[in-house]
Design a protein around this ligand. Structure first.
Ligand code: ZN
Length: 307
């Protein structure tokens, strides 16, 4: 649950370099003597800037445009070949490849620019890519296509369709059509403020009961920026509540640390207010929290705490 921000300079450079790749691929795969290829080339050229760096809402409008084109120009028999053609033109493999020497059109460069170490959807898992330019060894680019690549191949390298996500979220989300089943978009919502983990202490007899009985963890919407439907889809498809039940031990550790601070440390530092305690002992500030797995859970738990 991380909101994503890309600097305008990066967007411009990405567009320039991705455009070169698409134009190269069109020259390679689209024949000037094939009528259908010419119509497709015109559609892509007319919309190329939006297809590469359009906002999520603009990308949604591109889907409508291409769906109309497909209904008018692509027969059922040609659909498979048409999708393969688009897959070759909007070359996601080139984006992920270390062989691409261009700076900005690179999965690794985008990842470094976003400065993100955890999954944008779940905040549960690290997504640090591993690349080694000398030996060529690397991990797979950790991206989910918000609008699935299998359904909308012309959005395969759209900057705002590439969401850094862990393998668990990627496989749980799968090919689900986000046009039909909308999800909160990490470039449109602020997960840090619009969602909140509610941690409820169920029992106090911690020494007598197993850890799993102590805390309930549920994700909640706290602002109107995320629709109820999108939130429910996210929680259902990505199984957030279910996955976070595995982290009740984290809540217990926090609970114990808070108890210790309240009982032993607070009396020794009477000048420390709540804010200073959170900053000094938990690295949680009013502006946000550190980049690491489960940090949102920790911050949400602690921000409700009074010492
Ligand atoms: Zn994830």
């Amino acid at each position: 649950m991380r909101c994503l921000i890309v600097e305008p300079v990066f967007i411009c450079e990405y567009e320039i370099e991705a455009r070169k790749v698409v134009e190269d691929r069109m020259n390679e795969y689209l024949s000037p003597t094939n009528g259908f290829h010419c119509v497709l080339r015109k559609l892509i050229e007319d919309n190329l800037e939006t297809l590469l760096v359009g906002t999520p809402r603009q990308l949604r409008r591109q889907i409508t445009l291409f769906q109309k084109f497909e209904a008018d120009e692509v027969g059922i028999r040609r659909k498979k070949a048409y999708k393969k053609l688009l897959g070759n033109i909007f070359d996601y493999q080139a984006f992920k490849s270390l062989a691409v020497t261009r700076d900005y059109f690179s999965a690794y460069r985008l990842h470094a620019h976003l400065n993100l170490r955890v999954c944008a959807y779940c905040d549960e898992n690290y997504i640090i890519p591993v690349s080694d330019g000398i030996s060529g060894r690397r991990s797979k680019g950790p991206y989910d296509h918000y609008y699935p690549e299998s359904l909308y191949p012309y959005l395969a390298i759209s900057l705002f369709n590439l969401i850094p996500a862990c393998g668990t979220c990627n496989s749980l989300k799968g090919h689900r059509d986000t046009v039909v089943y909308t999800l909160p978009h990490p470039y449109l919502v602020n997960f840090e403020t619009d969602l909140h983990f509610k941690v409820s202490k169920k029992r106090l007899k911690r020494s007598l009961k197993p850890i799993k009985d102590d805390f309930a963890i549920n994700l909640q919407v706290v602002s109107g920026c995320i629709s109820r439907v999108a939130f429910t889809n996210m929680n259902t498809f990505l199984e957030i509540d279910h996955r976070y039940t595995n982290h009740r031990s984290t809540a217990k550790v926090l609970y114990d640390r808070c108890e210790l601070i309240a009982a032993q440390i607070k009396p020794r530092f009477p000048g420390y207010n709540n804010k200073k305690i959170l900053q000094s002992f938990f690295n949680v500030s009013a502006d946000g929290y550190e980049d690491g797995p489960l940090r949102k859970l920790e911050a949400d738990y602690l921000k409700n705490k009074r010492f």
